[in-house]
Design a binder for this molecule. Structure first.
Ligand code: 5GP
Ligand code: MG
Length: 185
């Protein structure tokens, strides 16, 4: 049997890789402008696994000295497109006390994941706490969770690609799109 081709499963592409690339470069400039004027060290906290592609592209456009501390949270276990309660799979891998912290995530949906990560980080008394997300669904974003840098606002659709998965698949799709409905129960 042949290996299945990724793009055949995608019904609509919302953002093509070139458009994502341009927006990530702009975001990096916005972020660099903020941290260039801060005193002290920067630590990025990417939320695994969805943020990996965004993180890799973003940090290579950020000419700022930084450390990285990983955290892993899962809100969509397995083959589901309905958000569950965020579960901590892996605690913060580095010390963020007294550091300027930038949380990096793929998507800000109901906000449960970022709320949980913010609470975890605040316990360690960082010098500051900001958040960058590539995507946001404004229809669902709650007012009590603040994010500082947003790549694109999108409708309330379940999207895959550029790090975002469905059942752990499609993270390597270079675009961001919506799957054919028959693939998502
Ligand atoms: P929240 O906790 O804000 O509801 O959801 C955030 C997490 O759920 C994200 O980090 C992401 O992993 C996952 N998620 C939310 N919306 C989507 C989506 O449209 N597609 C995919 N693949 N994951 C999503
Ligand atoms: Mg995630």
């Amino acid at each position: 049997m042949h290996m299945a081709r990724l793009e055949a499963d995608v019904e609509t592409i919302l953002f093509r890789r070139e458009q994502i690339e341009r927006r990530v470069r702009e975001l990096a400039r916005e972020i660099a402008a903020v941290y260039e004027v801060e005193e002290g060290g920067l630590t990025l906290v990417p939320i695994l696994s969805g943020s990996i592609i965004f993180l890799a592209d973003l940090i290579r456009e950020l000419p700022v000295k930084m450390k990285i501390a990983l955290v892993q949270i899962s809100a969509y276990p397995g083959a589901t497109t309905r958000a569950g309660k965020p579960r901590t799979i892996m605690q913060l891998s580095g010390d963020v006390r007294g550091r300027h912290v930038l949380v990096v995530d793929d998507i800000f949906d109901t906000g449960g994941t970022i709320r949980a990560v913010h609470a975890m980080i605040r316990e360690h008394q960082p010098a500051s706490l900001r958040t960058a997300v590539l995507l946001r669904k404004p229809a669902k974003a709650p007012p009590d969770v603040q994010v500082d840098f947003v790549g694109f606002d999108i409708e309330d659709l379940f999207v895959v690609g550029y790090g975002l998965d469905f059942d752990d698949l499609y993270r390597n799709l270079p675009h961001i799109g919506v799957l054919r409905p028959e693939l998502m129960p």
